[in-house]
Design a protein around this ligand. Structure first.
Ligand SMILES: [Zn+2]
Ligand SMILES: [Zn+2]
Length: 844
């Protein structure tokens, strides 16, 4: 047999066999112990799979294979999220039509995926641009509309000037477009939204029962951003004291309201139209210029602490009903419309931003909380601004009360007086779902002018709008040539009459289709529900088969990147909750278990195309084989943290794979009768235990290290293993190096049973995880002194249990190369044994 592991032939051979024998396709309906092992939906970059993707896939696959060996019916599907800006932008870049490019990307991606040795069920793939799939994405939109969760509204929205479309808040990361990295601006546009905020409370509440990586839960909690506060109403008066309306300010700290000295409105606040009517002419021009200037800035810049505060005085006053005092009303860019009510009550003594504003406007600062140092005097410096704990002063009925208690007392007081109302607010905004792009599922809505004018429509609150009737779904995306987006915010489909002209489902007259497409994140918000139902009898009549869904969902274990914390993971939870409420599902959390994997870097640097250090797995697979690459990726560091890809490390792993190959082939050649030393046996059982425990916890790196330690030990003890032990080792290696383990397993089988056994193919991957024998695991050891003719020659270390057995001690001494020579120097006449302490060989 060859010394070198022939990975190319062996990996190709087994991939073909697995696929031919359908080793990884299970009968979903018959499964007794279903385990749905899912990797986050890939949206392959058209360049194909990079090593970071393979990292995630491999870590997921090892877990799936391990659970299968634990007796579960593991379903591990794969597909791709190929609609959307990401794929479309790439098609533009390479000058291909998105439809054509999608086909090429799919082919390349699936080809690469078939090489990485994962146990995918290739009979049930999902591609989001398949009309058989997006028909149901559109169905989901229709359900959202029918249940009042989809609506159209004009709003200040994020606009990516490069992608030429609007984006949801979650898709703007540090002011940049999540897909292309360009700076996002704001535009006031009428758009479609999903009312995810209706589920804000539930999304937050359920977090406590999710078994997810902690950092992801924290990110979700933060994004939902629940705040309990109060809306306080302030009457507004002009200089002469005439009432001209009222302003409502949200605050979580009403306790400090005796110290309020001004009110500030966001430049977008609707009350400004009232102000414009009553403000003095010379101030009006100033105000309008200020509003114009503000529109050029990002919200993040506007609210940044420490930035010089600017503003415009309106000449109007708000009345603090607690004190009867007049507080000047300002407009300032540090207040944004999306936060609270877009109006802030200024308490400069106890809020740093308010203090900064008061300083630059020359407004009074009043202390209402005793300083941490006991200071009760005026507040003149930023460091004296007391934001947190303390005791109230200068606050009427609250004097002497601690802040936390004062907050509730003040809320009670304001509510009793009718000046305020307790409210809970969230940072989470409704999900902006429409995109002015081509490459997505057309939004299945129809608008009719006639019905709009007469106030008719499918929903009373949205006259003129109808959903596309169910039997007309899908609304197929037509193949058009002018698919590029424009700067005008009008979608490419809007140029195609043959697409948008249709009949009104209400009055039968002429109507038009919506020409925006939906956000890609809608495609991926429900795909996990589809996989088990692909190819089922109900695949064409329902989005997911009720019986299979009941049997297979929610997902048993979900693995993916933490970067989707508030994107995909939030949207999917929302969609699942809605489907549960409508009676389609009997669970409200799609992923009770979620594991966030780490990221791969290259030689200390983040992988990026511009640096040219993106690792393509293809070349490494060719050079070292899939198994060596799988093992190396998992060995780089803890799976939850990622690791640094180094070619030298890759070579090291390749050498170890070669060592396993030689150890196994040598074992098979030398037959099955070699005696095993106790040390090897014990180490094997410990390794089985360790690899099993670590794999369950996804500590793959330490599991691999344990296997390496074991093979080193075998090397030190003759270099071969008897058949039963070799097979046990191959079983624990199988999830990590599926091809290598399969090949050696089949060779071992041939040695044991002869080649032509005529039985059906029985893959190593259909076997159970080996059971370790606890008798080999006793942790405590005892030192037993070894004497020859009463003279100490050394000692042996043995587990405490065995140390009282004379037979085991004698065997251990014979096993030890160092000790053996003493007792073999003559004939043993007598053995004196003191259990657990000493053995004395009397020889002559
Ligand atoms: Zn963009
Ligand atoms: Zn109509």
């Amino acid at each position: 047999m060859s010394d070198k592991y022939p990975h190319v032939e062996i990996e190709a051979k087994w991939q073909k066999t697995w696929s031919g024998e359908k080793v990884y396709t299970i009968d979903l309906a018959k499964a007794k112990k279903p385990f749905y092992n899912l990797m986050m939906f890939p949206y392959p970059s058209a360049e194909g799979l990079h090593v970071g993707n393979m990292y995630a896939f491999t870590g997921t696959d090892i877990y799936g294979r391990f659970m299968r060996m634990q007796g579960y019916d593991v379903f591990e599907p794969i597909g791709l999220d190929g609609f959307g800006i990401h794929s479309e932008n790439y098609a533009f870049k390479v000058g291909k039509h998105p439809v054509e490019q999608a086909k090429r990307s799919e082919q390349n991606f699936y080809r690469q995926l078939s090489l990485i040795g994962s146990m995918y069920d290739w009979s049930r793939t999902v591609e989001t641009y398949d009309p058989g799939y997006y028909r149901w994405t559109q169905w989901l939109f229709v359900q959202m509309f029918r249940h009042g969760l989809a609506y159209r509204a004009k709003a200040e929205v994020n606009w990516c000037p490069s992608c030429k479309t609007v984006l949801a808040d979650e898709q703007v990361i540090e002011e940049k477009c999540e897909r292309c990295g360009n700076i996002v601006t704001k535009r006031a546009l009428e758009q479609w939204f999903f009312r995810i905020t209706a589920y804000a409370g539930k999304l937050l509440e359920n977090i406590s029962r999710l078994k997810w990586s902690e950092k992801v839960l924290v990110a979700q909690e933060h994004w939902i951003g629940k705040k309990e506060g109060i809306n306080i109403t302030y009457p507004v008066a002009d200089e002469k004291g005439n009432n001209i309306g009222e302003v409502i300010c949200f605050t979580t700290r009403p306790d400090t309201n005796f110290g309020a000295t001004f009110i500030v409105l966001a430049p977008e606040h609707p009350f400004i139209s009232t102000i414009e009517r009553v403000i003095k002419k010379e101030n009006l021009a100033l105000l309008r210029q200020y509003i114009k200037d503000t529109q050029k800035m990002s919200s993040e810049d506007r609210i940044a602490q420490g930035r010089k505060k600017t503003g415009v005085a309106t000449g109007l006053y708000c009345i603090n009903q607690l004190t009867g005092q007049k507080m000047p009303l300002y407009i300032s860019d540090f207040v944004v419309m999306g936060v609270g009510t877009g109006a802030v009550v200024g308490v400069p003594g106890h809020d740093l931003r308010d203090f900064e504003f008061a300083q630059s406007m020359g407004l009074p600062v009043v202390r209402v909380v005793v300083g941490a140092d006991g200071n009760k005097g005026p507040i003149t410096k930023p460091e004296q601004v007391q934001e947190d704990e303390g005791i109230m002063i200068n606050s009427g009925f609250l004097d002497g009360v601690a802040i936390t208690e004062a907050i509730e007392k003040m809320k009670d007081h304001l509510e009793q007086k009718g000046w305020g109302k307790r409210v809970t607010t969230y940072h989470l905004r409704d999900w902006l779902i429409s995109r002015q792009r081509y490459w997505g599922p057309p939004i299945p809505m129809i608008r009719c002018d006639t019905c709009e004018k007469s106030g008719k429509g499918e929903r009373a609150d949205m006259p003129g709008w109808y959903t596309v009737p169910d039997d007309q779904l899908p609304v197929t995306l037509p193949i058009i040539e002018d698919y590029k987006p424009g700067d005008d915010g009008v979608a490419p489909l809007a140029k195609h009459k043959e697409f948008y002209e249709t009949t009104c489902p209400g009055c039968g007259g002429n109507a038009t289709r919506e020409t925006d497409v939906s956000d890609t994140f809608l495609d991926s918000s429900w795909y996990f529900l589809r996989y088990p139902s692909v190819g089922s009898l109900t695949a064409d009549t329902s989005p997911f088969d009720p019986a299979l869904t009941k049997q297979w969902l929610p997902v048993s274990m979900y693995t993916g990147g933490a970067e989707h914390s508030v994107l995909h993971l939030m949207y999917s939870r929302f969609v699942t909750m809605a489907l549960k409420e409508w009676g389609y599902l009997d669970f409200d959390e799609p992923f009770p278990n979620f594991f966030a994997h780490g990221l791969v870097i290259k030689e200390g640097a983040k992988m990026s195309k511009s640096k040219g250090n993106v690792v393509n797995p293809d070349e490494y697979i060719k050079l070292y084989g899939t198994d060596a690459l799988r093992m190396y990726l998992m060995f780089m560091g803890p799976f939850s943290e990622g690791g640094d890809f180094r070619d030298t490390g890759m070579e090291g792993m390749s050498r170890w794979v070669g060592r396993v190959w030689r150890m196994a082939t040598a074992s098979l050649e030398s037959g099955t009768t070699i005696d095993t030393s106790a040390v090897v046996l014990k180490s094997l059982h410990r390794t089985i235990k360790k690899v099993g425990e670590d794999t369950a916890k996804r500590h793959y790196n330490t599991a691999i290290a344990a296997m390496m330690e074991f093979t080193n030990l075998v090397n030190d003890h003759g270099g071969t293993l008897p058949m039963p032990l070799l097979k046990m080792f191959l079983l624990i290696l199988a999830p990590y190096a599926p091809h290598l383990a399969e090949e050696l397993w089949s060779r071992a089988d041939a040695v044991e049973h002869g080649v032509a056994k005529g039985n059906a193919f029985y893959s190593i991957h259909q076997h159970s995880w080996p059971v370790f024998d606890p008798q080999y695991l006793t942790e405590e050891s005892t030192i037993v002194v070894v004497q020859v003719n009463g003279k100490t020659k050394g000692s042996i270390v043995i587990d405490t249990e065995s140390s009282s057995s004379q037979e085991k001690i004698e065997a251990a001494v014979r096993d030890s190369e160092k000790m053996r020579k003493y007792i073999e120097a003559g004939n043993i006449r007598k053995v004196i044994f003191v259990p657990g302490r000493l053995v004395n060989f009397v020889i002559s």
